[in-house]
Design a protein around this ligand. Structure first.
Ligand SMILES: *Cc1c(COP(=O)(O)O)cnc(C)c1O
Length: 383
């Protein structure tokens, strides 16, 4: 078994057999010539069902999330939400039920409440930091999915993946882990008992804020087959160029994550000591309630930080408007630092719901720029 960075650079990406090209070409093609009816040269017949550039990405994703696990498969989608929708439709039928985090990503909450709900799959938001609360939210016989994120967005809570796998499996449900905030470099949920790992590859995997994409990794053969069927039948696949961009991003995932984590650690120090900051949420802090679990299940604590300021919503909004190196914008996980106000931006759709976030909350996606520039920018914005 090779190391993570070697897999990131080589898995699924043997030099092209025809030309020796060291990077998988962008197979910008919809259909493939057949040698006689059904005579497929490379196993490909139509690019919704399969495309060589997408295959390269899918094999690489499986090698990162579940190294050495027989039957591990990756599936690449047009967006993180397309991947999530495919999980719901594959695992659930109308009448089934899901447990979701009470601070889920806003789009995930919207998918469950506005799309899966009307389709007949209802859900219960639960505190995923507390396995007992998750167990209590399960509806015996009806719950098919226990859906968690860790770390959560935007509150950076930590869920104990191994403990929740036990809770889900005891109820006959699957454990789905949205591991977008950690990336496979920091956390590999399959080894901890998860059945399906979800990523928005738009974030750290792509890493350069230039592509929207999603991914699933699963290992159970029957489950993989059903997910693949739905990927093709529903059709929300990653295109060849988008697959290529994500593959290109993945090659530097390890070095980028190391810098994201180091910069975040230093920015946390700036915030903790600042008189305008009333609370800092980052799992690397010893006082963070999920610190011990994070230490156990993550390699490092990630590049996402949330914090609350004094002076309420207006001050938080003002701070977001004053940074110059941190770009005011949604999304996360790219090389450039971003700042946002979840209450009015990424989580506006959760207003008035159990998932509403504090109005004085600011979320940072700490990029890989020069640390001193990031620190000085926040100092002037908070002053
Ligand atoms: C962005 C995000 C998603 C949705 O992914 P898209 O690529 O935007 O569809 C899902 N989960 C988390 C945690 C995210 O940050």
């Amino acid at each position: 078994m090779t190391g993570f960075d070697t897999r990131a650079i080589h898995a699924g990406q043997e030099p092209d057999p025809l030309t020796g090209a060291v990077v998988p070409p962008i197979y910008q093609v919809s259909t493939y010539a057949q040698d006689g009816v059904g005579g497929l040269r490379g196993g490909y017949e139509y690019s919704r069902s399969g495309n060589p550039t997408r295959t390269a990405l899918e094999e690489c994703l499986a090698a990162l999330e579940a190294p050495g696990v027989l039957g591990a498969a990756g599936l690449a989608f047009a967006s993180g939400l397309a991947a999530e929708d495919t999980v719901i439709r594959t695992v659930c039928r109308p009448g089934d039920h899901a447990v979701i985090p009470n601070d889920a990503y806003g789009g995930t909450y919207r998918l469950f409440s506005k799309v899966a709900g009307p389709w007949g799959v209802d859900h219960t938001p639960a505190d995923v930091t507390d396995p007992t609360a998750v167990a209590a939210a399960i509806v015996p016989g009806r719950t098919k999915l226990v859906w968690i994120e860790t770390p959560t967005n935007p509150l950076l809570n930590i869920a104990d993946i191994a403990a929740l796998a036990g809770v889900a499996h005891a109820a006959g449900a699957l454990l789905v882990v949205d591991s977008t905030f950690a990336s496979p470099y920091l956390q590999q949920p399959i080894a901890l008992g998860a059945d399906i790992v979800v990523h928005s590859t738009t974030k750290y995997l792509g890493g350069h804020s230039d592509v929207i994409g999603g991914a699933l990794v699963a290992t159970d053969a029957a489950l993989v087959e059903r997910l693949r069927f739905h990927q093709n039948a529903m059709g929300a696949i990653a295109g060849p160029f988008d697959s290529w961009l994500v593959l290109r991003g993945i090659k530097t995932l390890g070095v980028r994550m190391d810098r994201h984590c180091a910069n975040a650690r230093a920015i946390v120090d700036v915030l903790i000591n600042h008189p305008s900051v009333v609370q800092v949420m980052w799992p690397g802090l010893a006082m963070h309630p999920g610190h011990e679990v994070a230490k156990r299940q993550m390699r490092d604590f990630g590049g996402m930080i949330s914090f609350r300021v004094n002076g309420g919503e207006q001050h938080a909004v003002d701070v977001c408007g004053r940074t110059k190196v941190f770009t005011l914008g949604e999304s996360l996980g790219g090389v450039e630092s971003l700042i946002e106000h979840p209450g009015r931006m990424t989580h506006a759709s959760a207003a008035g719901s159990p998932l509403e976030v504090p109005s004085d909350l600011i979320r940072l996606s700490v990029g890989i720029e020069t640390l001193e520039d990031l620190a000085a920018d926040l100092q002037q914005a908070l002053a």
